[in-house]
Design a protein around this ligand. Sequence first.
Ligand code: NAI
Ligand code: MG
Length: 359
Amino acid sequence: MTRKILVLPGDGIGPEITAQASRVLAACQAQGLDVEVEEAPVGGAAYDAEGSPLPESTLARARAADAVLLGAVGGPKWDKLEDISKRPEKGLLGLRKELGLFGNLRPALLYPQLAEASSLKPELVAGLDIMIVRELTGGIYFGQPRGIEERDGQRVGYNTYVYSEAEIERIGRMAFEMAQKRGKKLCSVDKANVLEVTMLWREVMERLAPEYPDVELSHMYVDNAAMQLVRAPKQFDVVVTGNMFGDILSDAAAMLTGSIGMLPSASLNESGQGMYEPCHGSAPDIAGQGLANPLATILSVAMMLRYSLGEPALAERIEAAVGKVLDEGLRTADIAAEGERAVSTTEMGDAVLAAFEAL
Ligand code: NAI
Ligand code: MG
């Protein structure tokens, strides 16, 4: 059965990096991958063309796709838009919500070739390979009631941190299954000493644990997890946590690798449909100059093959090709050492394709 992939280039460097990722997808098609690839506008580009950051036709095509590959959205051009519902970021949030993408996978993998780029000592991060599983559609970012109002003569702001047992269970299962496929260690991060919602979180994780006897479950308070991530990050394999803690911890973990241009991500729903995107933004400071690192987006294609299309061998082949170009010393400007020659976005794409073909 031919599967459908929707590519959403978006804004800033989005079109440049998705162009390289699309070439890699085409190379997979040449290897027999049976997919149909389409493109549609999203973000500021869609607002400019159609007056909405998530046009109906884009949403309909995303719903019909098995997987979506997104570049990035946003930029200074749209920051002054008064109507917040028209901002490019709403395109991304709308997709997450409409597709029910509750599980966000954020790997923090340090390529040995780039160990120098980490903010930590090489011995602390050599071989670092963490997978953060963040709940993406619930928690304090979405809880009701919320607002700013006047109480007893002064304004108060409030949000509600809420998770149902069912929401905790489905992200928990995703994380346990991930741990089974990796190093068999799962650390659940909460604040169960203070917050009732995370007491329930901890209880549900404990209840699931016997169903995954090969996985070793541990719990950590979020403040300690932040410390441990910078003190001894290699103790972690899979980390599961709620929306807000996951937002913060995954950015911290990303920085341990030192290269935002290298980090892919996946967001999945219950039927395995997913949206795949680099962790970085639209980088308006370098857009249109051929300087962007396309590897995070290319590695997002690998995640797509693994998690939505059931093609682990092709995923591994892409990852191996990326490793090979790094071995060969190819570097875009963001990962090049001082004085080292940097290649362009397209040259990096060329090299990955050549390595992919040669494997
Ligand atoms: P950013 O990630 O776009 O850029 C941060 C820094 O990293 C910049 O110096 C940029 O040049 C560099 N960088 C990022 N990706 C790179 C790549 N592939 N190759 C080489 N260098 C790279 O974050 P920033 O500057 O905070 O946000 C810029 C815009 O992107 C904003 O409008 C923001 O709202 C949007 N954004 C969009 C996201 C998304 O679409 N998922 C996520 C984060 C930000
Ligand atoms: Mg964040």
